[in-house]
Write a protein that binds this ligand. Sequence first.
Ligand code: AAT
Length: 275
Amino acid sequence: MELWYTEFQTKGVGITCKTKKTYHTEKTQFQEMALIETEQFGRMLVLDGTVQTTIEDEFVYHEMITHVPLFTHNNPKKALVVGGGDGGAIREILKHPSIEKAVLCEIDGRVVELCREYLPEISCALSDSRADVQIADGIKYVQEHKNEFDVIMVDSTDPVGPAVGLFAVDFYRAIYESLKEDGIFVAQTESPFFHKELIKGVYRDVKSVFPIARLYTCAIPTYPSGYWSFTMGSKKYDPIETDTSKIPELDTKYYCADVHKAAFALPRFAAELVK
Ligand code: AAT
């Protein structure tokens, strides 16, 4: 018998994957969680019916949410990931020799545990001595840590449930306070095709808090529309002025110096959102 998994991405569009196995399903304190084996993308983490990450395409998202801000910053030493309990962002951050500490603040401890068990390729760096895993609400954590981080990445679920507050201007203000004087922040901000109002609103809010705000994009097959955005707020460094000739070779599959530049070149309909 064939079994297929569908995520309903909008009222009229979904992504459907043939599945080979269901490893685990559970209702945690915060969300419904499933770990399945798909034919096309390998193991897949699903939260509340939404694809969070898959073995085959996770590299795009995790490289783009981390290396773009880390190479925009001159010398990042301390980074914070809000959400991202799979550990993929932490794995990428720790590829930077300047990093002394990478804190993960994930609200749902079960996500971290399940990913450690079923997605070791993604969660492997969580046991590195420079990684510090905190199970807490990212909003509270950021409010309680002032003037501490060089880079903060908001690797969050879509703006429903516990992640609603991660898309609010008050949170961006708290992030500003939590960053050092030349700090940078990046948030995943959904699809330029399907979430236009969200992108416009986040950009407007980030721009009201940070002197520099930028939108960049990449291609992710398992996320709605396959085309994804990130919004950056920066106190000092502008990512489009990064001297990309100085970006060293890293062990990556998507990010490179040319992609750093190209990611900020927006198609006209996406540029419209942040005018
Ligand atoms: N690395 C790609 C995976 C994610 S997971 C996002 C995580 O954010 C989830 O594990 C969720 O539990 C966590 N989260 C949600 N709200 C909070 C909060 N307030 N504080 C800390 N962690 C939180 C991102 C997937 C993007 C999906 C796009 N469709």
